[in-house]
Ligand binder design. Structure first.
Ligand SMILES: Nc1nc2c(ncn2[C@@H]2O[C@H](COP(=O)(O)OP(=O)(O)OP(=O)(O)O)[C@@H](O)[C@H]2O)c(=O)[nH]1
Ligand SMILES: [Zn+2]
Length: 185
């Protein structure tokens, strides 16, 4: 990531909105934002699938669900955060992965300019590709600050997206079980 370029651009932004980039509180802001972008966009050059290397052979061919994974991403239209929760369910086909690795896949895929639909599909597709499970369900529920603090101004709304792969597409009962567990509090 070109932090120097970000610093220059942010300085221009500060001037363009009519603020003084030399004002004490703003003087370090270009540097802070460059460091922040390096962190929140750290997934741009990374393959989320690289986290799915820890795989154990295990004949648990029943559903595994990691729910309420905290999610922070950035909407690519406005560069404002969208935040909420991700839920990831899969049915292993002889191969399971570390539970934390599922949350890491979510993190890497989220740390890039995103739309919620693509983020949801990417997570599901990566798990299908790397673990070759019977099926995957990913549900994301998020509030988009571009819809809350500006524009249509609807704070508190939730956008819910799902990506359903493999057996969950065909098997209504399995899909209903996954959705019920995800919804259950
Ligand atoms: N489908 C989808 N839309 C998103 C997401 N994040 C933001 N948006 C929408 O992207 C759209 C961009 O619309 P534009 O009309 O180009 O932008 P805008 O003039 O700022 O629109 P408003 O937000 O309606 O003021 C808006 O409707 C946003 O709500 C997302 O993750 N998925
Ligand atoms: Zn937006």
């Amino acid at each position: 990531m070109d932090k120097e370029k970000i610093r220059q651009a942010v300085r221009m932004l500060i001037e363009a909105v009519g603020e003084d980039p030399e004002r004490e509180g703003l003087r370090e802001t270009p540097r802070r934002i460059a460091d922040m972008y390096a962190e929140i966009f750290a997934g741009i050059d990374r393959d989320p699938g690289e986290e799915l290397t820890v795989v154990f052979d295990e004949h648990h061919e029943e559903m595994v669900l990691v729910k309420d994974i905290p999610l922070y991403s950035v909407c690519e239209h406005h560069f404002l955060p969208f935040l909420g929760k991700a839920h990831v369910a899969y049915i292993p086909r002889g191969k399971i992965t570390g539970l934390s690795k599922l949350a890491r896949v979510v993190d890497i895929a989220a740390r890039r300019p995103q739309v919620q639909e693509r983020l949801t599909s990417q997570i599901a597709d990566i798990i299908m590709e790397k673990l070759d499970p019977y099926g995957v369900v990913v549900v994301i529920e998020a509030e988009h600050l571009c819809m809350s603090m500006r524009g249509v101004k609807k704070p508190g709304h939730l956008t819910i997206t799902s990506a359903v792969r493999g057996l969950f597409r065909r098997d209504q009962a399995a899909r209903a079980e996954a959705m019920a567990l995800i919804r259950g509090k």
